[in-house]
Design a protein around this ligand. Structure first.
Ligand code: PLP
Length: 401
């Protein structure tokens, strides 16, 4: 047997993510007298740069996406034991702040083809203690926000959008993070835009917005200058050098997200006729910005396992693997309810009866068994994507009975 050359015969494309614009603003920051966020010129510029893409009235640039979600829920001042609905497939950053606020994450299942929270599963999980929905726009595909907002209105719930994976995504003509009550964003190293680690939380509601900086800045009031903390807050500030990098990154926002959208749609188009291959479902009116590219395998049609499929793709010169190991509730943290030094005060004090060992989100579990994850970025060209599509086609045909 001869060793054929791989179908994807060019190296994995890598963009140059930082460069002259970042250096220029960082250099300016290094000439300042202070790198403190409060009224520093870099952070002031970040507000403007951010608002040019996400026109939110109240913003707080913070240290991570995790911090942004934590601040969103802290600002709501819910009571210990109150419940927040979150999809079972997401990053830990979606739930850490919820747990630290002594709230109870209630996991809901995903829709099979969008991988976002299934509205029916959300409805089924509502109890008298439900206070909010965390709408995670997974992979950059916007959630069914009409359903989220309708359920929110019906039950008096707040809707927080976790846009960490969804820079530039739009639901119809609406920008993600501006549809719900609060929007949360991440600048970590893996996200479309990055300063290494950073985040942003924002809202258009005055009554919520007034608290964002207070919760993220030790409950100090930087406006009046009066120091008399009256609530348990955090220090989640972003600093001037990171703000400078974020501003420069936002200057490339469209140049980063638009090619991802185009290449993601191109790949979807190219593999949608293949038996056994289930590409992500995207509403025609929405903008998916492909943080990554995940498709599913119909393992009843194909004569292989998911891992055999990804190995065959890798042998064709491309990068492919599975996604997360488990739905969030399967992690030891949840299985052992080990939230505060081996205890969970919320349950110990009778504020919830939640038992994470009993949670099963079937579609989420099935998804993690049969999904194929492709890393994705803005440097991918049409020719590269076409080779990836050919490789998927070739492997799918090889494994079709
Ligand atoms: C990355 C991510 C977060 C957390 O962001 P960090 O900046 O890493 O804290 C939260 N939610 C989702 C969906 C993410 O992908």
């Amino acid at each position: 047997m001869s060793i054929a050359s791989p179908i994807v015969d060019e190296p994995f494309p890598l963009p140059q993510r930082w460069g002259a614009p970042e250096v220029e603003l960082l250099t300016a920051a290094m000439q300042q007298q202070s790198l403190f966020y409060w009224r520093g010129p870099q952070t002031a510029a970040l507000y403007d740069a951010f608002r040019s893409h996400y026109p939110l009235k109240h913003l707080f640039p913070c240290s991570s996406g995790t911090a942004s979600v934590h601040l969103a829920f802290a600002a709501m001042k819910f009571n210990p034991g109150d419940e927040i609905l979150v999809p079972a497939i997401t990053d830990m950053g979606s739930v850490l702040g919820i747990l630290h606020q002594l709230l109870v994450p209630v996991f809901v299942d995903i829709s099979p083809r969008t991988y976002n929270a299934d509205p029916a599963s959300i409805r089924a999980a509502i109890t008298p203690k439900t206070r909010g929905i965390l709408a995670v726009h997974l992979c950059g595909n916007p959630c069914d926000m009409d359903a989220m907002m309708e359920i929110g209105r019906e039950h008096g719930l707040i809707v927080v959008e976790d846009c960490a994976q969804a820079w530039g995504a739009r639901y119809g003509d609406q920008i993600v993070g501006l549809i719900g009550d609060l929007g949360c964003y991440s600048f970590n190293d893996y996200k479309h835009l990055s300063c290494g680690d950073g985040g942003m939380v924002g809202t258009n509601h005055d009554h919520i917005g007034a608290h964002l900086s207070k919760w993220g800045d030790k409950c100090y009031n930087r406006v009046t200058g009066i120091r008399n903390p009256d609530e348990l807050a955090y220090n989640y500030r972003m600093s001037e050098p990171l703000s400078a990098i974020c501003t420069a990154q936002l200057g490339k926002h469209d140049a980063i997200v638009n090619p991802r959208t185009a290449m993601g749609l191109r790949l979807t188009e190219a593999i949608s006729d293949l038996p056994g291959i289930l590409p992500p479902e995207i509403r025609a009116e929405d903008t998916h910005t492909f943080y990554n590219y995940i498709f599913r395998l119909d393992l009843d049609t194909l004569i292989c396992t998911r891992d055999e499929f990804t190995a065959a793709l890798c042998a064709e010169g491309m990068r492919a693997d599975g996604y997360l190991p488990d739905p969030v509730y399967r992690y030891d943290l949840f299985q052992n309810h080990n939230f505060f030094a081996d205890t969970w005060p919320v349950r110990d004090f009778g504020l919830t009866t939640m038992d994470y060992t009993q949670v099963v989100c079937r579609e989420s579990e099935k998804f993690l068994q049969d999904c194929v994850h492709l890393p994705f970025n803005e440097a991918m060209t049409e020719s590269y994507i076409d080779k990836v599509a050919l490789a998927i086609r070739s492997v799918a045909q090889r494994f079709t009975r």
